[in-house]
Design a binder for this molecule. Structure first.
Ligand code: ZN
Ligand code: ZN
Length: 191
């Protein structure tokens, strides 16, 4: 709890305002840091790759750096478009390792069912965990071996469900947020 930082949420594309509002509420209740939603949303069009018909996550990160976030501010974007990085078919999100910006997408967080039919509460929790995950990367955290930790890697949306919307003790210290270990007294951190 010694770190001082604030979180700015930005929407890219057509993210419903209610999704941003609920995400902010969920983050405020977990982070004990100021969280706000930027008024202007960003168009994802400059990051569109015509060959892949997807959006290049690293290009969106570059866009989020203009203008650079003020010192002490993390800027995490939420988007509804399908993200990719050259070596992956798709990604849930991406972030600068130890940098101020990240992006999370709802596109692949839908289960196999047709987008829009998923329980909004399921999607809400998946997005929260994905944003916590990308936020952790901006503090230099790499993937965590504690299965329930938000910094544990996920390939499928159902794997996101297995994680908790919280960091393990070691990751929480690095991010400077309250630890939520009482909920997981039966879990053991790896040595
Ligand atoms: Zn990751
Ligand atoms: Zn962890």
């Amino acid at each position: 709890m010694t770190l001082s930082w604030q979180l700015e949420l930005v929407s890219i594309g057509a993210v419903a305002p209610v999704v941003m509002r609920l995400l902010r509420e969920d983050l405020v209740s977990r982070l004990s840091h100021a969280v706000w939603i930027a008024e202007a949303s960003i168009s994802p069009v400059p990051a569109f790759d015509h060959h892949r018909q997807q959006y290049l996550a690293s290009a969106l990160l570059e866009m989020l750096l203009v203008p650079p976030p003020p010192p002490g501010v993390r800027r995490i974007a939420v988007t509804d478009v399908d993200l990719f990085l050259p070596v992956f078919t798709h990604v849930f999100g991406s972030a600068q390792l130890d940098g101020p910006v990240g992006v999370a997408s709802t596109f692949r967080l839908h289960p196999d069912a047709v987008a829009g039919t998923v329980d909004p509460e399921v999607l809400r929790h998946r997005l929260l965990k994905e944003v916590l995950h990308e936020l952790g990367h901006t503090f230099g955290l790499v993937h965590c071996r504690v299965p329930w930790c938000a910094m544990s890697p996920s390939r499928l949306p159902e794997e996101v469900d297995l994680k908790d919307a919280a960091y393990c003790t070691a990751c929480a210290v690095r991010v400077g947020v309250p630890e939520e270990i009482p909920y997981h007294l039966d879990e053991q951190d790896p040595p």
